[in-house]
Write a protein that binds this ligand. Structure first.
Ligand code: ACO
Ligand code: ZN
Length: 174
């Protein structure tokens, strides 16, 4: 179930970022704003039902950043995947970062860092062993962001993106 009642939306302490930025859980009413940021800032677009299903299934780790006037200026969303363990004897959970973006004019204010740190903490309730993500090999700023949080390049996924660009597969053990 989606927890979309305002009272259930946890607002995070924002003392480590500008006092005019708020980070809280995404609600169903935020999805249009999230999609707007995604379409402006990233070439990978998804249909509405995709966002909705992520919100329904993993609401704890779908966060939005808002400016003082209530505009959505950033978001992060994750899903949890079951994958075979190294010895293939059992399944383990991984947290897969689906997408993160911050509006261009609000960048370099640690908003993405805050979105990552809060959601990575929240996703631990799923008993994940690893955080994983893909990023374009040309996306220098995002790679720097992830490396700052200790993610390491594990492999390259050839022609991962529709336009043929390769992805780095980044991993961080919990
Ligand atoms: N150049 C170099 N390093 C950068 C840059 C940049 N333009 N932007 C961020 N970084 C690095 C820096 O080390 C920075 O720390 P510093 O400012 O103390 O030097 C660190 O990342 C943290 O930066 P934040 O301020 O937390 O990041 P920001 O809020 O600006 O958002 C983001 C970063 C999300 C990558 C933003 O640039 C963006 O929205 N880009 C377009 C969308 C995108 O590429 N998303 C990631 C795709 S991959 C995926 O979604 C799985
Ligand atoms: Zn992915």
């Amino acid at each position: 179930m989606t927890t979309n009642k305002e009272s259930e939306l946890k607002t995070f302490n924002n003392s480590d970022i500008s006092s005019d930025i708020f980070i809280r859980r995404c609600s169903i009413d935020d999805l249009d704003g999230v999609i707007e940021v995604n379409e402006r800032e990233l070439p990978e677009d998804y249909p509405y039902f995709f966002y909705k299903s992520i919100l329904d299934n993993f609401p704890e780790t779908f966060l939005v950043a808002l400016s003082k006037n209530g505009d959505i200026i950033g978001y992060i969303m994750w899903r949890v995947e079951k994958t075979p363990s190294i010895d293939s004897l059992r399944y383990v959970n991984k947290g897969h970062l689906v997408s993160i973006a911050v509006s261009e004019k609000h960048r370099r204010r640690r908003i993405a860092t805050k979105l990552l740190i809060e959601s990575m903490s929240a996703i631990k309730k799923y008993k994940i062993l690893q955080y994983v993500l893909e990023v374009r090999v040309s996306n220098y700023s995002a790679i720097r962001l992830y490396e700052k949080l200790n993610y390491k390049i594990e492999s390259i996924k050839k022609k991962y993106y529709r336009d043929g660009e390769n992805a780095y597969f980044l991993v961080l053990n919990v």
